[in-house]
Write a protein that binds this ligand. Structure first.
Ligand code: HEM
Length: 408
C-alpha cells in the first residue's frame, strides 16, 4: 500500500481522483478528519455507495442525533442550525420526506420542464450574444453562473426585475462558500424574499412553479407557507452551484479531450440528440459537480464495507469516487461520450434522488449544444495547471474558465 495522497486543499481540488483511487483500494470506508475538525466516514466504492444511499438506517436529519447535529453545525450546511433552521427535502427522513416530495413532484413535473426548453435555449443564446463578438470569455462568470439562476427564477416565477437580486445573492453564496457568514446572509435574504413572494402569489396564482406549489398544498394535503418557502429555496440552492459546475467541469473535460470535443461538435451539428444526451451523462460521471454532498448520519450502529459505523456518525458518500470505480465502469478514467453502460450516481440514488435531474439535463444539453454550435473553435485560454478550483466539502468546480474562439 503506497502512501495516501492528501485529502482536501488546493491540489486535491484540482485533481482528487488519485486520492479517491487510493481510498477505494485501501480503505473503502475511511474515517477522515475533515478541514472543520469533524470526523466522517468516506464511502468510495460504487457498490457500497449505492447501498449506503438507499439504506434507511442512514438518516438525512441531523436533528435526530446529538452528535450529528453538532457535526452538521460545524461543517456549516446552510439552513441547518440556529436562526436559519429550515426543513427541506435534503434534511428530513420519511414520512415527512415522502409527503413533501409527493407535493413538490405534483408541481415540478417533467412536462413543466420540457415546456421550458425553448426558454432555456433563449437564455443560453442571450448569454452567448454577450461575448460571442469578443473572441474571449470566462465561461463560468459569463455563462455557467447566470444560466441556472435565471432559469430557476423564471421557472419559480420570480419577476424579472427581482432576478438581479438573486444573481447577487447567488454570487455571495458562491464566493463566500466555506466562509459561513456570507453564505448565511445570502441564504437569509433569499429565504425572506421567497416568503414574501409566496405570500403575494397566494392572492394571484399564475402558471409558475411557486403557484403550483401553493395549489398542491391547497388540495387536501398540507404544505405550510413556511414549507413552501423552504421548498422554493432548496430548489434554487440545490439547482444552482451543481449546474454551474456541471457546465464548467464538463466544458473543461471536453477542452482537455479534443477528440471527444470534435466528436460531440460533429454530433451537435448533425442534430444527434442521442450523443448529446449520453455526453451529458458521461461528463457527470467523469467529473461531476457533487463530491461529498451526500451527508447521512447513522441512526443506529451499523457495518458498512467492513467498517463499524457508530450511532450519530456522519457518513459521506463520495459520488465522484464511486463513479470512477473500475469494478463497475470499464476504463473509468477515460472520457467516452458514447458510453452505453453508465449507471452513474451523479444524481444520487434512492428516495433523495435528484428531483431536478430533468431540468439539469435540459440545461446542460442546451448549454453544450449552444456553445459548440456558436463557438466552433473554442479552446482554453490558459494552461490547465493555471486553473483555480473551488473545492468545498459539497461541490467541486472551477473559479473561472477562460476560453478563446474566433469571433462570430
Ligand atoms: C438532490 C445532484 C441539479 C434539485 C440531489 C442529489 C444529488 C443531486 C446527488 C442527492 C443528494 C443526497 O442524496 O444527499 C445534482 C446535480 C445537478 C443537480 C449533479 C446538476 C447538474 C438540480 C436542479 C435542481 C435540483 C437543477 C432543481 C431545480 C434537487 C433537490 C434534491 C436534489 C430538490 C433533493 C431531493 C430529495 O431529497 O428528495 N441532486 N442536482 N438539483 N436535487 Fe439535484
Amino acid at each position: 500500500m503506497g502512501e495516501r495522497p492528501a485529502l482536501f486543499g488546493e491540489g486535491f481540488a484540482a485533481d482528487p481522483y488519485p486520492a479517491y483511487a487510493w481510498l477505494r483500494e485501501n480503505a473503502p470506508v475511511y474515517r477522515a478528519v475533515l478541514p472543520s475538525g469533524v470526523s466522517a466516514w468516506l464511502v468510495t466504492r460504487y457498490a457500497d455507495a449505492r447501498r449506503a444511499l438507499a439504506d434507511p438506517r442512514l438518516s438525512k436529519d441531523p436533528g435526530r442525533h446529538r452528535a450529528a447535529e453538532h457535526a452538521s453545525g460545524r461543517v456549516g450546511i446552510p439552513g441547518e442550525r440556529g436562526a436559519n433552521v429550515m426543513t427541506h427535502l435534503l434534511n428530513i427522513d420519511p414520512p415527512d420526506h415522502t409527503r413533501l416530495r409527493r407535493l413538490v413532484s405534483k408541481a415540478f413535473t417533467p412536462r413543466r420542464v420540457a415546456e421550458f426548453g425553448p426558454r432555456v435555449r433563449e437564455l443560453c443564446d442571450g448569454l452567448v450574444d454577450g461575448f460571442a463578438g469578443r473572441g474571449a470569455a470566462d465561461l463560468i462568470d459569463e455563462f455557467a453562473f447566470p444560466l441556472p439562476i435565471y432559469a430557476i427564477c423564471d421557472l419559480l416565477g420570480v419577476p424579472a426585475e427581482d432576478q438581479e437580486d438573486f444573481r447577487r445573492w447567488a454570487g455571495m453564496m458562491l464566493h463566500t462558500a466555506g466562509k459561513r457568514g456570507g453564505v448565511g446572509r445570502a441564504v437569509r435574504r433569499m429565504r425572506s424574499y421567497l416568503g414574501e413572494l409566496i405570500h403575494r402569489k397566494r392572492g394571484e396564482l399564475g402558471d409558475d412553479l411557486i403557484s403550483g406549489l401553493i395549489r398542491a398544498s391547497d388540495h387536501g394535503e398540507q404544505l405550510s407557507e413556511e414549507e413552501a418557502a423552504a421548498m422554493a429555496f432548496i430548489l434554487l440552492f440545490a439547482g444552482f452551484e451543481t449546474t454551474v459546475n456541471l457546465i464548467g467541469n464538463g466544458m473543461l473535460a471536453l477542452l482537455r479531450n479534443p477528440g471527444e470535443l470534435g466528436r460531440l461538435r460533429a454530433g451537435v451539428l448533425a442534430g444527434d440528440e442521442g450523443l448529446l444526451a449520453s455526453a451529458v451523462e458521461e461528463l457527470l460521471r467523469f467529473d461531476g459537480p457533487v463530491e461529498l454532498a451526500t451527508w447521512r448520519f447513522a441512526s443506529e450502529p451499523l457495518t458498512l464495507g467492513g467498517a463499524r459505523v457508530g450511532r450519530g456518525d456522519p457518513v459521506l458518500v463520495v459520488l465522484a469516487a464511486a463513479d470512477r470505480d473500475p469494478e463497475r465502469f470499464a476504463a473509468p478514467d477515460v472520457l467516452d461520450l458514447g458510453r452505453v453502460d453508465n449507471p452513474h450516481l451523479g444524481y444520487g440514488h434512492g428516495i433523495h434522488y435528484c428531483l431536478g435531474a430533468p431540468l439539469a439535463r435540459l440545461e446542460a444539453r442546451t448549454a453544450l449544444g449552444v456553445l459548440l454550435r456558436r463557438l466552433p473553435d473554442v479552446r482554453l485560454a490558459v494552461d490547465p495547471g493555471e486553473l483555480r478550483w473551488r473545492g468545498g466539502l459539497i461541490m467541486r468546480g472551477l473559479r473561472s474558465l477562460p476560453v478563446e474562439f474566433g469571433p462570430e
